[in-house]
Write a protein that binds this ligand. Structure first.
Ligand code: AMP
Ligand code: MG
Length: 323
């Protein structure tokens, strides 16, 4: 049985985490599946609950930059972006310190570690109350669409985790931006809640990792979690739709194309922030409702690539990738 805890039950959630249990909690991006990052058994339980491959490392969450930088080595660039964007939807990949006490499995055995200071008030209070860093991937079964409400979490992980702290819907709606600062040039591993334009304004040009094709060997991937097929609904997804069939479910952006069986508009006014916040709930709803009505697939209208549009398009490409 998974207990649904109200925001007032922070102390109880913190106690469960300290005892090695798993607790899902809201962040400004999506709901996280939290476990004590210093406790190898809790970390192993996260991989098991998600059905996540062990080569895909987790992000460790901290209440402050100071707490994060006690575990990883932060250079001037890392300190500058942290000062500007933390707390917030940005994850930094940095070298582990020799004295790092984050469980090795949390980092999938790598000598680097992904760290973040989330901004959500409940996440902040939970980190303070728990008194330990929290390893937390998105609170969904591996490969499925990320959760932006407590109900989404229960649909995927109910019965597999001790509790969920219900903080309502997530404001940003797409995962954190992942920035690799382990080499001379900064590299964007995942577009997300902090637009890459904002990072480039501070750091200069940001590199991209090798394009990820279905056949690329895992060992050559800079970020093992960047698998092509991810965030996948049950129905096939078709991108850049210019027209829509009567047996398709439509994911609209701006004025909706006519003629779909059902449609979910990310943002009728074309606001990318609103669209990001509504993306995963929309994919889930179109998938469930479209399947119930016998639809053949989901047609997604084009979304501009700037700001949060880069993260939205990244998630849509993965949702549409061959499985
Ligand atoms: P999730 O936990 O589902 O939000 O995914 C975390 C993302 O961060 C995945 O794409 C991971 O591959 C990536 N990540 C975590 N740790 C590292 C690391 N040490 N080096 C590179 N990428 C990482
Ligand atoms: Mg995830």
């Amino acid at each position: 049985m998974t207990r649904r805890l109200p925001p007032a039950a922070i102390e109880e959630a913190a106690e469960l985490l300290r005892a090695g249990e798993l607790v899902a909690f809201p962040t400004e991006t999506v709901y996280g599946l939290g476990g004590n990052a210093r406790d190898g058994r809790a970390v192993a339980a996260i991989f098991a609950a998600k059905g996540r491959p062990h080569f895909n490392p987790l992000i460790s969450h901290f209440p402050t930059a100071e707490a994060a930088f006690a575990e990883v080595r932060a250079d001037d660039r890392a300190r500058a972006v942290a000062a500007r964007f933390w707390p917030g939807p940005l994850t930094l990949v940095l070298p582990r310190r020799a004295e790092c006490r984050i469980d090795l499995l949390a980092g999938a055995g790598l000598d680097t570690l992904a760290v973040r200071v989330p901004a959500h008030d409940l996440a902040q209070r939970l980190l303070e109350a728990a008194g330990v860093p929290i390893a937390a991937p998105s609170a969904n079964r591996s490969g499925a669409v990320s959760p932006t409400t407590a109900q989404h979490v229960l649909e995927g992980l109910g019965g597999r985790i001790a509790a969920i702290l219900d903080g309502g819907p997530c404001a940003v709606g797409v995962e954190s931006t992942v920035l690799d600062l382990t080499s001379a040039g900064p590299v964007l591993l995942r577009p997300g809640g902090v637009p890459v334009e904002a990072l480039a304004a501070l750091l200069g040009p940001i590199g991209r990792p090798l394009p990820i094709e279905a056949g690329v060997a895992m060992a050559t991937l800079r970020s093992p979690g960047m698998l092509l097929s991810h965030y996948a609904p049950g129905l096939p997804v078709r991108l850049s739709a210019q027209e829509v069939a009567a047996d398709e479910a439509l994911l609209a952006f701006g004025p909706a194309l006519p003629g779909a069986a059902i449609s979910w508009n990310l943002s009728p006014s074309g606001d990318l922030n609103e669209a990001a916040a509504r993306l995963f709930a929309g994919l889930r709803w179109l998938d469930a409702e479209g399947t119930a009505r016998g639809c053949q697939g989901i047609a997604a209208m084009p979304v501009p690539g700037h700001g949060l549009g880069a993260a939205i398009n990244d998630r849509l490409r993965r949702a549409a990738a061959p499985r």
